[in-house]
Write a protein that binds this ligand. Structure first.
Ligand SMILES: C[S@@+](CC[C@H](N)C(=O)[O-])C[C@H]1O[C@@H](n2cnc3c(N)ncnc32)[C@H](O)[C@@H]1O
Length: 249
């Protein structure tokens, strides 16, 4: 996952407002009365949130399992003349030797990619260990409703000059397999016709119910656990597509 896809990730996410996303995370920090100066960001991908938080003056480090996604983040940081601290790690086997952190963040589905309870608990427990007392853990996942009802067994396509894709979903119980086929423009031939490179990736996400995540956070030691629906500070509704969680040490 997130191999060849990394080069087109930002193009596909071009309509996502990461500034608003970072502001929403800040509004959760504020609601939970958290004083945050430093952040560890898990599953930071191409650094879209990392860059927003850096611009806002936070001291932030990002971790991702995909070398290719981190490479895209590095290129972007260079273009924007920003210095990012980026580490290639699996967040279910975190090896981070800084402690007493103010905040750990994981934006946009990172934990949907962790498929079993033991691994997610391992990650939550390490996050708990590296936070300062009173530190806050904020992350969001695609909701069970989104994975089952919207992605479900549906197929999505986009046809575009630069990148076209076919995105086929197969959902069984709480597991959604996404088979992605991309066609990425390479160059034009001598007749002015575009040539495209085709590649495939399979992503697998798990649909978690809110109570499952809350139970796992409690098992890791967190208290004051709260869930918010979409980009609001209200409780999730049955048709919320994104669930934000906040938990304090
Ligand atoms: C949908 S992308 C989100 C990237 C970024 N947070 C954003 O908002 O654009 C999911 C990211 O999770 C990362 N990821 C999945 N499983 C992971 C794991 N076990 N440890 C660290 N990163 C992981 C992927 O490599 C990918 O970059």
């Amino acid at each position: 996952m997130y191999g060849n896809f990394a080069a087109v990730y930002d193009f596909l996410m071009r309509d996502v407002d990461y500034k608003k996303w970072a502001e929403h995370i800040e509004s959760i920090m504020k609601k939970k009365n958290s004083e945050v100066k430093n952040i560890l960001e898990l599953a930071c991908g191409t650094g879209n949130l990392t860059i927003e938080f850096t611009k806002k003056g936070y001291d932030i480090a990002g971790i991702d399992i995909s070398v290719e996604m981190l490479e895209e983040a590095r290129k972007k940081a260079k273009r924007e003349k920003l210095e990012l601290v980026l580490l290639n790690q699996d967040m279910t086997e975190l090896d981070f030797d800084l402690y007493d952190l103010d905040c750990v963040v994981c934006g946009c589905d990172g934990y949907n990619y962790v498929l079993d309870d033991e691994k997610i608990l391992n990650s939550f427990s390490t996050v708990y260990d590296i936070l300062k007392p009173g530190g806050i853990f904020i992350f969001d996942i695609s909701s069970e409703y989104k994975l089952r009802e919207i992605l479900g067994d549906n197929t999505f396509t986009e046809v575009n000059d630069e990148v076209s894709y076919i995105w086929e979903n197969f959902t069984e119980e709480d597991i959604c397999q996404m088979d992605l086929t991309f066609f990425v423009k390479q160059k034009e031939d001598e007749f002015g016709e575009s040539l495209y490179r085709r590649f495939e990736e399979t992503h697998v996400q798990r649909a978690y119910e809110i109570y499952e995540i809350k139970d796992l956070l409690a098992s890791a030691g967190f208290d004051d656990v709260e869930a918010f629906g979409d980009f609001t500070l209200d409780s999730p509704e049955g048709d919320s597509e994104r669930i934000f969680f906040a938990a304090k040490k």
